[in-house]
Design a protein around this ligand. Structure first.
Ligand code: C2O
Ligand code: CU
Length: 425
């Protein structure tokens, strides 16, 4: 489909300054069946517009994204725009922000995108199953003045559980929910390009959209830096070492191609995807520097400190409620919020993991600051990984009014009780 914006870009990009194109990007996504080729075999999955994963959405910073979700599934669905700081009623959360979109119905999402970076969209209804089946896709917010790179490549990690017939495994055993979640038996990555040139400067956007697996990755063939976490540029880019991505997290790398670019699952050594090398260009001499920061508020005076205690799971402590997992003794979304914040308040959240499993804690509508041992802000993220038995503190500036979910992004844990919410007034 050629949108008006794409037409303008292709017809008039040379003549018009970018800013005059600021406006609206409109599209329709139809959740429905989609086939996926795995090892030469067609697997029946779900996707958007017949594609699994869904199509990549690209929008310029501060443009308004309008997406009609036209539900062609047999089930209800909802779409959440992970990491985007948007108005609450556009957040796509059952109970808190909207009703489920029933089969055959449509819902129109519309919101401006204030921050550049690598985001993604996914089903937020029965997500442990709908995301496992492929209802997710990349959402890229582009800089008005893009960084100096030759190629901009997206890598979506995936972890699929196939049955003996090589089809999506329809079983969701109880034990999975109470432990590490549903682990696939085929790990892969979908790349938006096949090849690069030796010497190209490449921006590689890695997204972990899988329900439960924490990926530990090795990326070889690129000499450069990690420049962003969860969409947000790093003030000081970091060396490309082993990358750990909890479900929901993203890492952007900018690097020069020095060989075939390989994404490898570090624990097993399995190759997930490869960008082959075709052709060559002269390598740049300037180092990879930081990208401009997004307009996210800095933490102020801490107005309140709130504990979020993770409980339950196999071998974990007891707690109230009926599910396997709990926050602060409640399993499942509680009536009362975890906290209420006045708009603009800085809150310190103490994330205490009292379970024998790691959890990736995700906050909607905001990014928060991870902190170092002395309590100083380090990285802006929307999902933070808390190891078994660990405590981590994050600082949130709650400047976006509404009811916002906080949950474990291991979607099996979320489904089995690990969810709460905050109210910002
Ligand atoms: Cu990426 Cu509540 O979700
Ligand atoms: Cu969890």
């Amino acid at each position: 489909m050629l949108s008006r914006r794409t037409m303008l870009l292709s017809l008039g990009a040379a003549a018009l300054p970018m800013s005059s194109l600021a406006g609206v990007k409109a599209l329709t996504l139809r959740p429905g069946p989609a086939g996926l080729q795995v090892g030469g075999k067609q697997v029946e999955m779900l996707g958007f517009n017949g594609s699994c994963p869904g199509p990549e959405i690209r929008v310029a910073q501060n443009d308004t994204l309008r997406v009609r979700i036209d539900n062609r599934l047999q089930d209800g669905t909802l779409v959440h725009w992970h990491g985007i700081r948007l108005p609450n009623r556009m957040d796509g959360v059952n109970v808190l922000t909207q009703d489920v979109i029933i089969p055959g119905e449509a819902f129109d999402y519309a919101f401006p995108v204030p921050d550049v970076g690598t985001y993604w969209y996914h089903s937020h209804y029965l997500s442990y199953e709908q995301v496992a089946r492929g209802l997710f896709g990349p959402l890229i917010v582009e800089e008005r003045t893009p960084p100096d790179v030759d190629r901009d490549v997206t890598a979506m990690l995936f972890d699929i559980l196939l049955d003996n017939a090589g089809q999506f495994d329809e079983e969701f055993p109880r034990e999975d929910f109470a432990t590490l979640g549903r682990m696939g038996n085929v790990k892969t990555a979908f790349l938006s390009a096949k090849s690069v040139r030796l010497g190209d400067r490449v921006r590689l956007r890695i997204i972990n959209p899988v329900p439960d697996r924490i990926f530990t990755l090795e990326v070889t063939g690129l000499s450069g830096r990690c420049v962003a976490f969860d969409g947000m540029p790093l003030a000081s880019p970091l060396p490309i070492e082993t990358l750990v991505l909890a479900p929901g997290q993203r890492v952007d790398i900018i690097g020069d191609v020095i060989g075939e670019v390989d994404l490898r699952d570090a624990p097993s050594g399995e190759g997930l995807a490869r960008l082959s090398v075709q052709g060559t260009r002269e390598r740049r001499t300037d180092p990879v520097g930081p990208l401009p920061a997004n307009p996210v508020p800095r933490p102020g005076k801490i107005a309140q400190t709130v504990d979020l205690v993770m409980q339950g799971g196999a071998g974990g402590g007891t707690h109230g409620g009926f599910g396997t997992w709990a926050f602060n003794d409640v399993s499942g979304l509680p009536q009362a919020p975890l906290l209420s914040a006045r708009r603009g308040e800085t809150v310190r959240l103490r994330l205490r993991n009292e379970t024998p499993f790691p959890h990736g804690i995700h906050l909607h509508g905001h990014h928060f600051w991870e902190t170092d041992a002395s309590g100083d802000a380090t990285y802006l993220r929307d999902t933070t990984l808390v190891a078994a038995g660990d405590t981590a503190e994050v600082l949130c500036v709650f400047d976006n009014p509404g009811a916002w979910m906080i949950h474990c992004h291991m979607l099996s844990h979320q489904a089995d009780g690990m969810a709460t919410w905050v109210r910002v007034t």
